[in-house]
Every structure is written in structure tokens, then in C-alpha cells.
Design a protein around this ligand. Structure first.
Ligand code: K7E
Ligand code: CUA
Length: 657
């Protein structure tokens, strides 16, 4: 059996490579460049100069750790929002204010791998308030505020490793979930890897979201068997109150998973009745255990982040809450776990399966009610595959990964190996259309596709392989996204556009739900930063031992002060710089020679702090790094650095001879 599967996998891998190359060849031959495109495709993606895009698309940065903001249909990159990785472009993770955002129980972690953005919802409909996104590698969930377009909160997930089945939200943003891809010893301990089976555990973490502030707090962690929890989606409408997670490696292999985790004919989708567990927990259920995890919040009034180390978490064993957790057998190492807009259908995308399996929520409830079980795993009842089956999409393609939904009862599944998107009818399971993608698509995205109300105009294919789609740029190319019009029976390819990092999932929303709320400036009068120099009379330089605090402000086109003397080698200088501009889109930069961090970009009304440790005697310049006015090149200053034992008094000035 092992051998057969081994051969099957090898075949599929070869097929994958061939289809990638083939696809390109075929495309060129068949479609003759633009020949196959609808003749007015250019018109449909063209956003004239000065016009705005119709939708925002928030695309995960993957291994960049950030979140890309794109416009649809143009595919234009509007912004890179720094989340889990330091970003010298604006000083994220380099300034004193933002460093605490990247604090974890492992210390300062300036990078992560971000996969799944999800936009907040109210009553199952996108509400445009926040985007949540997961950090995979050092398990974290971030919340980005869509008024400020800023990462305002990051919470670390303890007892997790490879935070992948995250960060999906329930239909009133009650919870954001974080599931572990890798099972690990919980609590962590020194033990033999060979003792994995039966000893390692997988945690599924439910994080409560405050409906007013969006602040996150871990409500409970469900301690599941040691499988890999790959992806998840919430129930909605009729299935609201449940959450579904795909699992693989139910074999509990700990080595050569490409073979050893492909032995079982079926893995599971774990169905979690979180409302039941919430009730149990609200009545005092669960066990509080030690845990160490950071909770970081950026305050929009002080412009400063704080990091708090938490020390315990509430754990729940599924056995304590009978009727809360079930396993739905799902063929062949499923990846995506997708729920249709009605909440009735749960699609398991079996990577190694020839067919696509769709479970019925109603049938699942019936089977549970009638206790029709087909055994159990670690005490968790396994439902009978046939009892809960809604239907099968027969041989739709090879290597299904993810499914999205439109507002007309259609589903769109991405196939990595056969490199295509397949449209099928929910309920009849018939294939309606298939379109090749270039190449090897991962996730697809329909704006609102993960809600009760998708906006079914566009489908974006987020492809893994680019090859010949753009001018070559050496061995590494950007990823390629493709935009389809899905308003008709057949999908129409409109546009290719490059994306940065590696977008896995994305979340889209009509611009009108976000743009009107977008902040233009921070009001200087509301700046509560402890080191702000809100008026010119606040500017000063203060020595505290070897630490020197410079209270500086900036406005077109000078710094105040711009001459500083009395700094010594060995000092640690904190430049606290406040931007006095109160106009939209007039940030200033601050850069100083030899700084061991970055520049910083200060938006109107805000204060940021850069630390500089002068190492050499001399007179050193600092300057504005963002071209802000016709006299931008005049926006500069000098700082005199004297020997460590010098007697030069601190002094500062602006405009003095
Ligand atoms: Cu399929 Cu991380 Cu959602 Cu990538 S995952 S594709
Ligand atoms: Cu301020 Cu350039």
C-alpha cells in the first residue's frame, strides 16, 4: 500500500511539472497571446488616470510577512502594510514605538510568514472594520485597522506551531481562530520525536474579539489529537456556531510525511461546536494552565505600542464537552476547508483525491442526533462518510486546494496540479466551466467569498509559479495573479499582474465600504505621545546619564531644532520627532548617518522615535528622507558629537547665527 501511494504521489508530481510547462505552451498556441481574451478586456480593467479602483484586495505577503493592498480591477499595488516583518520603508519594527509589536515569548521576532487575511463581518456580511492575518512561523494573529491602515494589535498563540488554519473569523467577528499545523508536545518538553504518536497534541485556539475596539483575548484552546490542522472556515447562517478544520497526517507520522502521511484513505474535517464550548467555558469549564505569550497593542493616541507577557491560558479537552467535537471522514489529505454562503455545504479539498467531497451540514446534524458513528479517534466520534455526504464533484481536476463561492450558487475550485480553476454548481455538483491559469494556482479569491454575501464580479487566481508570464528577472520572479470576470456563465481572463511576497489567501471588499473611513491625518492636538513636541516651546534636548532625549518637530521645510551640540561618543540618542503637518499625505522622513536601524516616516500629527548611537567624533548630518516640498533638500540639520570625556554643554537651536 505504502509503495502504491508512493508511486501515485510521484506520478502526480511529474504530472504537475509537465502540466505547468504544457499549460504555457498550449496557452500561447491556442490563444495566440491576447487572441483568446475578450476583445474589451483592457477596457474592463482600465482605471483611467485620477479614477479609483472598484475594490480593495488585501493579499497576504506569505514569506514577506506583510499584507499587500491592491486595487481591483487594475491590479495596482496601493500599499504594503507592514505586519510581522520589519519594514525600513516607514520604520515599522525599527522605531521605539513599533518595536514592541514584534515582541514574542521568543523575544523580538522581526519576520513571519503570513497566509490568510480575513475581513471582519457583522451578520455574515463584510463590515470593513478590520483585517486579521496569521503569522505561521512564530504563531501570531494580527489585527489591522482599516481606518488607519495600520497593524494595531498582534497576539501570540501559545502551544501552537505553524499557525496555519488561521485567521478565520465567525460571522459576527465573535472569534478569530488559530489552529496549529504542526502538533507538538503540550506543554513543550524534551522528549524523543519517535514518541510523537499519541503524545503530541494539536491546539485549536479561539480568540475573542471585542466588538467595539477589536481587541483580542484568548478565550480557550481546544486540545485535539496530534494531527496536522491545515485550514479552517466558520459555519455561517444555519451552521453559525460551528467551525470546521481540515486535518491531514491522521497517521501521526513524524518523518517523511510525503509518504507516511498519505497512507489513510481518509483524513478528517474536525467539526467544532464552539458555541457549546463557549457555554461550557462561561460556566467555569476548562483548565487554566501556564503559558507564555505576548499581547501587543498599538495605541492610536500615543502612537506607541506596548507588549504584555501573558502567563496562562484556558484549555479544554474535547472529552469534557460531549457533543462538541466530531470527525467528518474526508478523502486523501484535504487542504482547503470551505463553507458555502448558505452554511449548508462544507467542501473538503482532498489534495490526492480524484473527486471533490462535499459534506452536508444538515445531514451531519442528523447523524449526530441519531448517534450514527463509525468508530472514534481518541474518544472523538467519527461520523459515517456516506451519512453526511452531500455530493461529489466527479473528477474536476488534479490537486484541488481551495474553493470560493459567488452570489449565484457557484463554486470555484483551484487545482494546483492541473493548473486550472473549475467552476461548478453547488447542489448539482456539475462542472460548468474550467479555465487554465498560469501557473499552478494556490488560493482563489472572490471579494466577500468567505461570507454570506459574496460580491461575485471578480475571481482572482493567486498563482504559485510565474515562469514566462513576465520579463525575466533572474532566477526569482514575483508571483503572478490573474483576474477573471465571473459575471457570465464562463469565466473570462482579464488581466495578469505581479504580486509581492507570496500571496496565499486574499480578502477583497468593495472600496465604498472602506475608503470613506480612511484617515487623512492624526490631529496634532490629540497627540498623547509622552515625548511629543506639539508646540515649538516643547522642543528641547534632555540628558539622563548616557541617554539623550531630543524633542524635535518638523514642518515644511525644517526640523526644530536643527543644530544640536553636546552629544558624546557612547551616548544613546533618542530622536522623538513630531510631524506638525495637518495636511493629507505630507509625511516627513528622518534619517541620520550611521544609524543601525532605518529611517522613519512620520505621518501628519504623529510622533516616532529613532535611536542613534554615535560612534565617531564629528559633526554629522540628519535629513528628511521623503521628498516633501520644493525645499525638501533644505530640510536637514547637524549634530555635533564630541569625545566621551568632553565638557561641551548640551545646546540646541533653530535659525541662530
Ligand atoms: Cu493553500 Cu497557506 Cu492557505 Cu498557501 S495555503 S496556497
Ligand atoms: Cu520633509 Cu522632505
Amino acid at each position: 500500500m505504502k509503495r502504491t501511494i508512493n508511486i501515485l504521489i510521484s506520478l502526480i508530481m511529474v504530472a504537475g511539472m509537465v502540466s505547468c510547462n504544457d499549460g504555457g505552451g498550449k496557452q500561447k498556441g491556442k490563444r495566440g497571446g491576447q487572441g483568446g481574451l475578450a476583445s474589451n478586456a483592457a477596457e474592463r480593467v482600465y482605471v483611467a488616470p485620477g479614477e479609483h479602483d472598484e475594490m480593495y484586495a488585501f493579499m497576504s505577503g506569505g514569506f514577506s510577512g506583510q499584507l499587500g493592498v491592491y486595487g481591483l480591477p487594475s491590479g495596482r499595488l496601493l500599499k504594503v502594510l507592514p505586519v510581522f516583518s520589519q519594514n525600513p520603508e516607514n520604520g515599522w519594527g525599527y522605531t521605539e514605538e513599533t518595536k514592541p509589536m514584534l515582541n514574542t515569548s521568543f523575544g523580538f521576532v522581526p519576520w513571519d510568514d503570513s497566509h490568510h487575511p480575513d475581513i471582519s463581518q457583522t451578520n455574515g456580511v463584510l463590515d470593513g472594520r478590520w483585517v486579521f492575518i496569521n503569522g505561521n512561523n512564530t504563531p501570531r494573529i494580527a489585527r489591522i485597522d482599516l481606518k488607519n491602515f495600520k497593524t494595531e494589535e498582534i497576539i501570540e498563540i501559545p502551544h501552537s506551531a505553524g499557525n496555519h488554519s488561521s485567521s478565520f473569523i465567525t460571522e459576527n467577528t465573535e472569534y478569530v481562530v488559530a489552529g496549529t499545523r504542526f502538533s507538538v508536545p503540550i506543554p513543550q518538553k524534551d522528549m524523543s520525536i519517535k514518541d510523537y504518536k499519541g503524545n503530541f497534541k494539536g491546539s485549536l485556539t479561539f480568540i475573542k474579539v471585542d466588538p467595539e475596539t477589536g481587541h483580542m483575548d484568548i478565550k480557550f484552546q481546544l486540545m485535539m489529537p496530534g494531527f496536522n490542522y491545515d485550514l479552517s472556515h466558520p459555519g455561517r447562517d444555519k451552521s453559525h456556531g460551528w467551525f470546521f478544520f481540515t486535518t491531514y497526517n491522521t497517521e501521526e507520522a513524524h518523518s517523511l510525511l510525503e509518504v507516511n502521511a498519505s497512507q489513510n484513505d481518509k483524513d478528517f474535517i474536525a467539526a467544532i461546536n464552539w458555541k457549546k464550548i463557549e457555554e461550557y467555558v462561561n460556566n467555569g469549564g476548562g483548565t487554566t494552565v501556564p503559558a507564555k505569550y505576548a499581547h501587543n497593542i498599538l495605541d492610536e493616541n500615543t502612537h506607541t505600542a506596548t507588549s504584555t507577557m501573558k502567563t496562562e491560558v484556558l484549555q479544554v479537552n474535547p472529552m469534557e464537552v460531549p457533543g462538541a467535537v466530531y470527525f467528518l471522514p474526508t478523502p486523501k489529505s484535504p487542504h482547503g476547508c470551505d463553507v458555502d454562503p448558505t452554511g449548508e455545504y462544507i467542501v473538503g479539498n482532498g489534495k490526492l483525491s480524484a473527486d471533490l467531497t462535499v459534506h452536508s451540514f444538515t445531514k451531519m446534524l442528523d447523524a449526530i442526533e441519531n448517534k450514527k458513528f463509525d468508530g472514534e479517534a481518541y474518544g472523538i466520534p467519527i461520523l459515517n462518510f456516506e451519512d453526511i455526504l452531500a455530493g461529489v464533484v466527479k473528477q474536476p481536476g488534479l490537486g484541488p486546494l481551495h474553493t470560493e463561492f459567488d452570489d449565484k450558487g457557484n463554486a470555484y475550485t483551484t487545482f494546483f496540479i492541473s493548473s486550472e480553476v473549475v467552476k461548478w454548481k453547488v447542489g448539482t455538483w456539475e462542472v460548468i466551466d474550467r479555465q487554465p491559469v498560469f501557473y499552478s494556482v494556490g488560493h482563489g479569491m472572490i471579494p466577500g467569498g468567505n461570507s454570506r454575501k459574496p460580491f461575485g464580479k471578480y475571481f482572482v487566481a493567486l498563482n504559485k509559479i510565474t515562469k514566462d508570464r513576465y520579463l525575466p528577472t533572474g532566477p526569482e520572479l514575483t508571483q503572478s495573479a490573474q483576474l477573471f470576470d465571473i459575471t457570465g456563465e464562463k469565466m473570462e481572463l482579464l488581466l495578469d499582474f505581479p504580486t509581492i511576497g507570496e500571496p496565499h489567501y486574499a480578502a477583497g471588499i468593495p472600496a465604498e465600504m472602506v475608503a470613506p473611513n480612511s484617515r487623512k491625518i492624526y490631529k496634532l492636538a490629540e497627540n498623547k505621545h509622552p515625548y511629543a513636541s506639539v508646540s515649538d516651546s516643547d522642543t528641547k534636548v534632555v540628558r539622563e546619564g548616557k541617554e539623550v532625549h531630543v524633542y524635535m518637530n518638523m514642518i515644511r521645510s525644517h526640523f526644530n531644532p536643527d543644530n544640536i551640540e553636546g552629544i558624546k561618543v557612547g551616548d544613546k540618542v533618542f530622536f522623538h520627532v513630531t510631524n506638525h503637518e495637518q495636511d493629507f499625505d505630507v509625511p516627513h522622513g528622518f534619517a541620520v548617518i550611521g544609524a543601525n536601524n532605518a529611517e522613519m516616516l512620520i505621518v501628519p500629527g504623529a510622533t516616532e522615535t529613532l535611536v542613534w548611537e554615535p560612534k565617531q567624533v564629528g559633526v554629522w548630518p540628519f535629513y528628511c528622507s521623503d521628498f516633501c516640498s520644493a525645499l525638501h533638500q533644505e530640510m536637514q540639520g547637524y549634530i555635533r558629537v564630541s569625545p566621551a570625556d568632553s565638557n561641551i554643554e548640551l545646546s540646541w537651536s533653530l535659525g541662530e547665527d
